[in-house]
Structures are given as C-alpha cells and as structure tokens.
Design a binder for this molecule. Structure first.
Ligand SMILES: C[S@@+](CC[C@H](N)C(=O)[O-])C[C@H]1O[C@@H](n2cnc3c(N)ncnc32)[C@H](O)[C@@H]1O
Length: 288
C-alpha cells in the first residue's frame, strides 16, 4: 500500500471504524473523548467502548424484558467513574424511550460534577449523579424504594459487594456485575496463611502472594454468586469480551426469580468455613 493510501486508511473516519449502532450519538462519543474533535478514534478509549457496547447488548435485553410501566425503568450504576456505561445506555435506550431514569453512584466528586455537566449539556435530563459510596447509597431517602436494574462495571474492590447489597435492598430484577480487583478475601487468606498451610494441602492454592490475590478474587466471585442464588436470583457467569481486551472480564448476570436456594446458602457457609472466612458472613452475606 502506498504511503498516501496508508495514511488515508489510518485517518478513516473514527465513527465508521467503531461500527456504531444506528442512531448512536457521535457528539456524545466526542464528549466522552472516545472520538477526537475531528471524529477520529482515541485508541486508548476504544477498548473501553468495546466493553461498554458489549455490556449494553446484555442490558438492553434485560430492560426490554421488564414489565412496561409509564414511569419507565430505573437503573443504578455503581462505581460509575466517567459514566461511559450510563451515557451509552441513555443515548441508545432511555433517550428514545422518553421515560425511566439512570442514577450514577460515584465517590469521586470531580467525576460526578463532570457527568452532571455533560448530561445537562446533552439534554439527558433523566440522568442523576450522586456523590456517595455504593455502601451508603441504599440508605439515601432521595432514591426510589425499588430499582429495576443494578449495574457495576469494574467498581473497585468491595464496591461490587455493596452494589449487590443495594440491589437486594432495592429488590432489583436484574444485577449486571463485572467485578474489579478484590482485596478483602485475599487479606483474610493472607492473615491466616501460616496456620492454614500446616493444616490442609488446599492451602497450597494461596501460598504464593500472586496466588493469594488470584484465589481471593476467584473465591470472592464464587461467594457472590452463591449469595445471589441464596437470595433468590438465577445467576449466569460468562466472559464480557475477549481476554485480550480486559483482564477484569468476568460478567455476573443475576435475575430475580424469588426462588431462594437453600443448597447455595449451605455451600456458601461451608466455603467460608473451609477457608477460614466466617468473619465475613455478617458483613457481606447477611440474611442467608
Ligand atoms: C475502575 S473505575 C470504573 C469506572 C466505570 N464504571 C467504568 O467502567 O469506566 C471504578 C470507579 O469506582 C469508584 N468507586 C470506588 N469505590 C467506590 C465505592 N465504594 N462507591 C462508589 N464508587 C466507588 C471509583 O472512584 C472509580 O471511579
């Protein structure tokens, strides 16, 4: 390929390269810095957009299955960050629906202010952003009593657990969780390491620090799934996108059925006991 042609292809319109959905706002993508002002792709943001659009496909189906109500669906996004997910959801689903509301929950005040300003600029009037932790959000009087959907995309550490607690309290029909790094369980495993190593060969699974961290993450997500099943949710675990796009790639989809699985709570308790994590039960897995 000649130099000029190569340059032309590299300069190809970003929106075309991103394979956007019909009606998707390129203005929004510029505001989110996924596209540059000239309409080219910001490569760093491309990966994020791929994840978010992929997640959107799951959430869109869940939203469409909700019973229709004049007030529309309510969705809370925990650990919203720059609210890529919330804005894309609004742009592609809530905007044309003309009803429903998205609440972004985020502890960093500057991100909340930025999202508020962007929503005002775009006229996305049924978006709210709250500068509050996921743990404190469920106690806010200003939030609805019930939510249809709870999302948490890479919400740090225990913010995913807090999002689950929020979803349970708000009787969410669906929870869509892509957990991030996890430190709480790994810290417990680390604390009792010497004792456990002498007691059971399974403790070899967390002898090396890297394994402690990885096992801590894995175990945390297993416990989360069991907890959701014990609390009446049907759970599916799958990959969000290819592993080449993100290491934090586990997608947990939970849908309320009302069928609380006794076996799941028994298993959860047994696992906690096996790994010496019983201390976490009252905090993370109450009302089993
Ligand atoms: C890795 S970022 C992900 C942001 C966004 N969901 C995304 O995928 O682009 C995690 C965000 O969670 C926020 N966060 C961390 N702990 C939180 C908590 N306990 N409650 C609410 N937000 C939290 C952080 O400030 C950060 O913006």
């Amino acid at each position: 390929m000649k130099d000029g042609a190569m340059k032309d292809s590299a300069m190809k319109d970003g929106a075309t390269q991103l394979d956007l959905r019909p009606g998707q706002s390129t203005e929004l993508l510029k505001e989110l810095h996924i596209l540059t002002r000239e309409g080219r792709i910001n490569q760093d943001s491309r990966r994020k957009l791929k994840q978010v659009l992929h997640l959107y496909q799951f959430i869109e189906k869940l939203l469409a299955q909700l019973p229709q109500a004049p007030e529309g669906p309510t969705l809370a996004d925990h650990g919203a960050g720059k609210s890529y997910l919330g804005f894309i959801l609004y742009d592609l689903y809530f905007k044309d629906l003309g009803a429903g509301r998205i609440y972004g929950i985020e502890t960093r005040a500057e991100l909340v202010e930025r999202s508020q300003a962007l929503a005002a600029r775009l006229g996305f009037e049924r978006m709210s952003f709250l500068n509050v932790s996921a743990a404190d959000a469920s106690g806010l009087d200003t939030l609805p009593q019930r939510f249809d959907v709870v999302t948490a995309l890479h919400a740090c550490d225990t913010a995913t657990d807090d999002a689950i607690a929020f979803g349970l309290r708000k009787q969410a029909q669906h929870m869509v969780l892509v957990p991030c790094c996890q430190a709480e369980v790994a810290a417990c495993l680390r604390r009792d390491k010497a004792l456990s190593l002498s007691r059971t060969p399974l403790a070899e699974l967390w002898r090396h620090p890297l394994h402690t961290r990885e096992l801590g993450s894995q175990l945390t997500n297993v416990l989360r799934c069991l907890y959701l099943e014990a609390r009446g949710y049907q759970v599916t675990v799958t990959e969000l996108v290819g592993w080449e796009h993100s290491l934090k790639n586990e997608l947990i989809l939970a849908t309320h059925t009302g069928h609380r699985k006794r076996a799941a709570s028994d298993r959860l308790r047994s696992l906690l006991a096996e790994f010496g994590l019983q201390g976490l039960e009252p905090l993370r897995y109450p009302d089993l």
